[in-house]
Ligand binder design. Structure first.
Ligand code: URA
Length: 210
């Protein structure tokens, strides 16, 4: 992918995103929509996966047929909201391995601190897709990408549902080599670091914790 930021303006994505933003949308519908949009976004983020060919026999004749080449995918959820995007990608790429990164913000330093990290083996040979629905300040996303790079990942993409300009700028500064695919680029962050207009707390809305 050559662009640092891709906003997927497909009508189905935009329609489903509007339903998700609506504060009256139920937890069950929110979760289902997230799964559906993630599939559509995953379609976009995997667009340039390299192909090779394999000789197969159709019922009619032999052919050289396209098939994904080499690199296997690692999907990495940034806890906890990233978990809501796993199924959507795994439905498209069932063979992907899955990792998890858990970070919390230290109340004194305000810096992200790692509390959990588990990644599939051979990250350096994989296309790594990090998922988190909300790219807000970008601090935890940038820290998660730091950890993935320390673990050997070299080909990383970031998939989110909504992005704030502040988060995109932070990621561009920290990781200009990591393309971002999002459903929308919203206006700004508020004083509590929520995306505006946004959809509220994605984790609370998908897990019904509020
Ligand atoms: N995380 C969320 O869940 N929502 C926001 O608006 C920002 C960060």
């Amino acid at each position: 992918m050559s662009d640092h930021l891709t906003v997927v303006d497909h009508p189905l994505v935009q329609h489903k995103l509007t339903l998700m933003r609506d504060k009256d949308t139920s937890t069950a519908v929110f979760r289902q929509l997230l799964r559906e949009i993630t599939q559509l976004l995953a379609y976009e983020i995997t667009r340039e996966m390299p192909l090779t060919t394999r000789t197969i026999q159709t019922p009619i004749e032999e052919m050289e047929a396209p098939i994904l080449a080499g690199k296997k995918m690692a999907l990495v959820s940034i806890l906890r909201a990233g978990n809501g995007m796993l199924d959507g990608v795994l439905e498209l790429v069932p063979s992907a391995r899955v990792g998890f990164v858990g970070l919390y913000r230290d109340p004194v330093t305000l810096k992200p601190v790692q509390y959990y990290f588990k990644a599939p083996e051979g990250l350096k040979d994989r296309l790594v897709i990090a998922v988190d629905p909300m790219l807000a300040t970008g601090n935890s996303s940038a820290a998660a990408i730091d950890l993935l790079k320390e673990a050997g990942a070299t080909d990383i993409r970031f998939l989110c549902l909504l992005a704030a300009p502040e988060g995109v700028a932070r990621m561009k500064e920290a990781h200009p080599d990591v393309p971002i695919v999002t459903g929308a680029l919203d206006r700004e962050l508020n004083e509590k670091a929520y995306i505006v207009p946004g959809l509220g707390d994605a984790g609370d809305r998908m897990f019904g914790t509020k």
